[in-house]
Design a protein around this ligand. Structure first.
Ligand code: PXL
Length: 272
């Protein structure tokens, strides 16, 4: 069985973060391991929302996974601090892994900070150049590009070209916040691919981004080419959003079982 590792935050609500990644790995048939960087949960009295893990505990998890289990592909999600980003960036060259998916998580759906201010330079200079693929959404791409506004598919294509200069092999800019269809653009330095899904009108999309990058990681672990891993991942997330699980108090989460149970045939691919 192929193996995939996620280095990310725990989302106590179960839709995003480590929980989304492991559910996605399981559904797509890869063995999942995890190194937890932080816990996202809201304390009833203090309202604190993010609790980081010590570097020592993170290091122990990475060492355990690398030395005892191994990995065919790896993803990173919420890393939160400059120190965690640097620990992961320094560890990666020694990691026994070929494919590295970096989801540059910066904000939650309602704008919660999932990366500390001051961590951007380390992310850009030390981590992103080691990626097989990076998967920013529109706010993250805007932030990585110094605040430039993005609103059209053409803007996403221009952003993908510029972000490619950071040294990663592939860039996927996700257009979940576009007007009209949910079109993502994939760029490898030469070829541009757009992957389009019809917009599903719902607020229940918690975990979509985490699950998207986890599904790409699972595909790469199983030997898919990057393009094919992205297309399968888009189908996985679209099916999950279509069948999202609503909650009473907060926006619902995608249903990780949907793609395997019903498949997805609404995705349009265009090559340039
Ligand atoms: O969806 C971004 C995200 C990533 N990682 C963790 C999260 C969230 C959003 O809730 O909690 C741990």
């Amino acid at each position: 069985m192929k193996k995939a590792c996620t280095i990310a935050g725990s989302a106590a609500r179960g839709g995003a973060g480590i929980q989304a990644d492991l559910k996605t790995f399981q559904e797509l048939g890869v063995y999942g391991t995890s190194a937890i960087t932080a816990f996202v949960a809201t304390h009833p009295v203090t309202k604190q929302g993010v609790y980081t893990q010590s570097l020592e505990v993170l290091e122990a998890q990475l060492y355990t996974i690398a030395s005892q289990i191994g990995m065919d592909a790896l993803k990173t999600g919420m890393l939160f601090t400059k120190e965690i980003i640097e620990l992961v960036a320094n560890w990666l060259p020694t990691a026994p892994v070929k494919h590295v998916v970096i989801d540059p998580v910066m904000f939650g759906k309602v704008g919660t900070a999932l990366m500390e201010e001051g961590a951007m330079a380390s992310l850009k200079d030390k981590l992103l150049p080691q990626a097989t693929i990076i998967t920013p959404n529109m706010p993250e791409a805007e932030y990585l590009l110094g605040g430039r506004g993005l609103s059209t598919v053409q803007d996403l294509q221009d952003a993908a070209r510029d972000l490619h200069q950071l040294g990663t092999q592939f860039v996927l800019v996700k257009g979940g916040r576009l007007e009209g269809p949910a079109t993502d653009v994939l760029y490898d330095g030469e070829r541009m691919l757009t992957v389009e899904a019809p917009r599903i009108n719902t607020i229940h999309t918690n975990g979509a981004g985490c699950s998207y990058s986890a599904a790409i990681t699972a595909g790469l672990a199983q030997g898919l080419r990057v393009e094919d891993a992205v297309i399968q991942a888009k189908k996985f997330v679209t099916a999950g959003i279509r069948r999202a699980i609503p909650f009473e108090a907060v926006a619902g989460a995608i249903d990780h079982r949907a793609y395997k149970e019903v498949g997805e045939n609404s995705i349009t691919i265009t090559k340039y």
